[in-house]
Write a protein that binds this ligand. Structure first.
Ligand code: AMP
Ligand code: MG
Length: 423
């Protein structure tokens, strides 16, 4: 792979690479981690299946009642819809009624109880009148009513979950319903990160009195830690690296030795203090892309040793935006997950948004339902890439396409919500 040499300047916008092209290049370059392991289901949450799971059983395993009521043969009820039946016994959930139900007979049954032989329908208890051991039914009865059939959820030999599926609560539910207690998953990947900048002060090195002039607190390590924590990867924090070639080289080599994916922040522009750019040229097969987006224009991507490397910009908002657009989907691919670009929905924008032509803008927004239930989104206000508080105020990114000059109140816009339902 020689990303450096590939031109990024086929587009008309000032030699910038379109976001879509950056995504395609990532897709081509990334590989799934190739080691797998077998883990107990209880330890498998968040892991990614490396093989399809074929069901060894039917679920449910037997026909059972969906309601509390009486199991009968539908033939017992005449066309007039009224009949009195003899109650033979009870089918509880987990305690079967072993006998057979004949015409004119019924078995008291509870939800989950096995449908006794001879019965083909369940009449709910609200539709019967009970007198000692007799029930009178005067409602319409149809075969299979309130009956859950064997295999209606999952059929035996069905491929129920495919390789590349991440195991969340629902998948653990499916696998446990099949009696599967061990699964084959991809190895958990390791992601190492560091931040760069002589101006950065680590919170644990801070005396608590005042920062030296020109210094600021390192936010990006906390941001990266927070975003990586949602991905079920092993995380290695290599700290703050000063703006010099030697420390940058050491950090990079260490990171590439231990991790499958390495992320840095800062130092990826072409300035004198941008040592990430300089050192990565020596160390690996790394490309520096100027992407037609804001925030987050400079991005380095490539391979160093066996690790994929992402050099993100320094501004905290740019770190978050580039992470969400490129790094998170890439990590998911390396983990073995099927492609997953950020999820988008449409909403009516209530704010006027200014932007320049020729680049995609990811503006911070707040999405909500208006009184009629329609999705609307408002800007959080000023959009500087250093304003990390704007990310905290936001619950989504408003994505405004490169060829759009601005947005007027009432326009439909594309929105990427931050919240996953289960994540
Ligand atoms: P750089 O890309 O290294 O030139 O950084 C761009 C801007 O982001 C500068 O104003 C930096 O001070 C700021 N910045 C870089 N790294 C961090 C960090 N870890 N936490 C907060 N701000 C940062
Ligand atoms: Mg810097």
């Amino acid at each position: 792979m020689s990303l450096e040499k590939q031109p990024s300047c086929d587009d008309p916008f000032d030699n910038l690479m379109p976001v879509e092209q950056a995504r395609e290049r990532l897709t081509q370059a990334l590989r799934v981690v190739d080691q797998t392991e077998t883990v107990a289901l209880i330890d498998a949450h968040g892991r990614v299946l490396s093989d399809d799971v074929v069901s060894p059983v039917n679920v449910p395993g037997f026909a059972n009642s969906a309601m509390d009521g009486y199991a009968i043969s539908s033939a017992s009820i005449p066309a007039s819809g009224v009949a009195t039946l003899q109650v033979l016994g009870t089918a509880w959930a987990g305690k079967i009624y072993a006998g057979r139900v004949q015409a004119g007979q019924a078995v008291r049954i509870f939800t989950g109880g096995l449908i006794p032989e001879g019965a083909d329908t369940v009449v709910i208890q609200e539709h019967v009148v009970l007198n000692d051991d007799q029930v009178t039914i005067d409602s319409e009865v149809t075969p299979l009513r309130n009956v859950r059939l064997a295999g209606e959820d999952v059929k035996i030999n069905q491929s129920v979950l495919l390789a590349g599926t991440q195991l969340e609560a629902a998948e653990l539910g499916v696998l446990s319903s099949l009696g599967i207690n061990h699964v084959d998953v991809y190895r958990r990947i390791c992601v190492a990160f560091f931040t760069t900048g002589d101006e950065l002060c680590a919170l644990d090195k801070y005396s608590g009195t005042s920062l030296e002039p020109g210094m600021l607190f390192d936010s990006n390590r906390y941001i990266l830690y927070g975003m990586l924590s949602r991905l079920n990867v092993e995380i290695v924090d290599l700290g703050i690296i000063g703006d010099n070639a030697e420390d940058t080289r050491t950090a990079m080599q260490q990171a590439a030795d231990v991790a499958d994916v390495v992320i840095s922040s800062g130092g990826v522009s072409a300035g004198d203090a941008d040592f990430v750019t300089q050192v990565f040229h020596e160390l690996g097969d790394v490309g520096f892309w100027k992407i037609a987006m804001r925030p987050g224009r400079p991005l380095a991507f490539g391979e160093i040793g066996n690790a994929f490397f992402f050099g993100l910009p320094g501004n905290p908002v740019a770190v978050m935006v580039t992470f969400l657009q490129f790094v998170q989907p890439s990590i998911k691919r390396v983990m073995g997950l099927k492609a997953s670009e950020p999820f988008t929905i449409e909403a009516t924008c209530l704010s006027k948004l200014r932007k320049s032509l020729g680049r995609v803008e990811y503006q911070r927004g707040v999405i909500s339902n208006d009184e009629r239930g329609n999705l609307t989104v408002s800007s959080t206000g000023k959009q500087g890439a250093g304003r990390i508080s704007s990310m905290s105020a936001a619950n989504c990114l408003i994505v405004v396409a490169a060829d759009v000059a601005g947005v007027e109140p009432g326009d439909l816009v594309e929105v990427q919500p931050f919240q996953g339902l289960f994540g």
